[in-house]
Design a protein around this ligand. Structure first.
Ligand SMILES: NC(=O)c1ccc[n+]([C@@H]2O[C@H](COP(=O)([O-])OP(=O)(O)OC[C@H]3O[C@@H](n4cnc5c(N)ncnc54)[C@H](O)[C@@H]3O)[C@@H](O)[C@H]2O)c1
Length: 255
């Protein structure tokens, strides 16, 4: 007999919007749902992606806004906080994460749950790629740019004094959880930075999407709960899963 907890998880998995990303060696899911964070622990468990010990890697600011909800959603997960401005995206900061993991005796069964914008996602991903030659990674992106771009694709890394993103690796996440509700605390400037990426995608790859963004721009900021449904037709019509995920994440939050 299934427990109420298991069956709730099964219903949850069934109703979530899911986009599978196929890489050379594996397939991983992107789950997208407004308010998904509250269900994240059950989602990870029921998808079979839970590590034996899980570590949140986030930044003080992101954690101030969303740490309580995440810690409640995935109990018994230890937290490592790193500074997240672009200037901190460097080996010295990654090294602080290694130090914490070593002191906490994280072994090869451990996994990192990256909670933040592109800087935290890239840096925590790099730590996951390199600590003990690689441990599991789950991405929980909290900026629009990270939700539509950097959390998907497996590119992780840090900057070098001589150039951006010069030190890095490919390390695919086992799961990406996109909750547009996390963007509600995002400063407008950061929101726009992500929006430019989506508009760029519309310009280079989808005339139809671009035209509709142009037409509906006011609604982007108006916040009607059903606004993303207007654009649901885009899902499934893009060339790659990454592009579909990009569009879905954007549409659910903005239109
Ligand atoms: N790996 C890839 O494929 C890829 C692709 C594109 C960009 N990137 C990288 O992404 C980085 C930029 O990412 P970004 O634009 O997300 O910037 P960011 O990670 O620096 O975040 C911007 C700011 O927003 C804050 N923040 C994040 N989430 C928040 C939230 N929910 N509420 C309030 N504040 C929040 C952060 O603390 C930070 O101050 C660059 O380093 C770039 O190289 C990587």
């Amino acid at each position: 007999m299934t427990s109420p907890r298991t069956s709730t998880a099964a219903i949850l998995l069934h109703t979530l919007l899911r986009v599978d990303v196929q890489t050379g060696s594996q397939t991983y899911p992107i789950y997208i749902e407004y308010g998904l964070t509250a269900q994240l622990g059950r989602l990870i468990e029921s998808s079979g992606y839970a590590a034996s010990r899980q570590f949140f890697v986030s930044s003080p600011l992101v954690w101030k806004f969303h740490g309580r909800a995440l810690a409640k959603a995935i109990p018994k997960t230890e937290t490592i906080l790193l500074p997240d401005g672009e200037k901190h995206k460097q080996l010295a900061t990654a090294s602080r994460a290694y130090e914490s993991l070593i002191k906490l005796e994280a072994d090869r069964g451990a996994g990192i749950i990256a909670v933040g914008g592109g800087v935290i996602g890239d840096m925590a991903g790099f730590v996951a790629a390199t600590y003990l030659r690689g441990i599991k990674l789950i991405q929980v992106p909290t900026t629009l740019l990270a939700q539509v771009d950097s959390s998907v694709g497996g590119k992780v890394g840090v900057n070098h004094p001589l150039g951006k993103n010069l030190i890095g690796a490919f390390h695919q996440p086992s799961l990406v959880a996109i909750d547009p509700a996390l963007l509600e605390t995002l400063p407008r400037r950061e929101f726009r930075a992500g929006l430019y990426e989506v508009i760029k995608y519309g310009m280079t790859s989808s005339r139809d999407l671009f035209d509709r963004i142009d037409r509906e721009l006011r609604k982007v900021y108006a916040g009607h709960p059903d606004r993303w449904k207007l654009f649901r037709q885009d899902v499934g019509h893009q060339e790659t899963p990454e592009m579909r995920a990009e569009i879905v994440a954007f549409l659910k939050q903005n239109l």
